[in-house]
Design a protein around this ligand. Structure first.
Ligand code: NI
Length: 131
């Protein structure tokens, strides 16, 4: 955890990279991460944890594959969604969006199983915010 007040707007202004989450703070064993989304992430699965998304700015889509079917959910600004553990998913955003994620520390951004990771996607457990 951090004992400082963290302004999310200021924190988001410290980086430009998309698909490269920063750890804003921690809650017990969980990270509060912030990230910028634009374009497509990769299909991936977190076998052992749910993943929480809150859209701070913009709008995102999350593709979901479960029980052999594929669907997608649209998340407008201000909405939250939880991808259940074990469900294959692929976030995307047509325009640049800012997102807060809540997930156990050490969770890899591309999950435990994933497609080939393209150069524009950072496979990371989250970077420290630099200020
Ligand atoms: Ni994920």
């Amino acid at each position: 955890m951090s004992d400082e007040v963290i302004g999310l707007r200021d924190a988001l202004a410290t980086f430009d990279e998309v698909w490269s989450p920063r750890i804003a703070t921690r809650v017990n064993d969980y990270d509060v991460r912030i990230a910028k989304f634009e374009g497509e992430h990769v299909w991936h699965v977190h076998e052992d944890t749910d993943e929480f998304f809150l859209v701070i700015d913009g709008e995102i889509t999350i593709g979901l594959r479960e029980d052999g079917a594929e669907r997608s959910v649209n998340l407008p600004q201000g909405s939250v969604f939880v991808v259940p553990k074990g469900v294959e998913h692929k976030p995307s955003a047509v325009k640049r969006a800012s997102v807060l994620l809540f997930e156990p520390s050490g969770t890899l951004s591309v999950g435990d199983r994933h497609e080939d990771v393209p150069d524009h996607v950072d496979a990371t457990v989250g970077h420290q915010l630099t200020r």
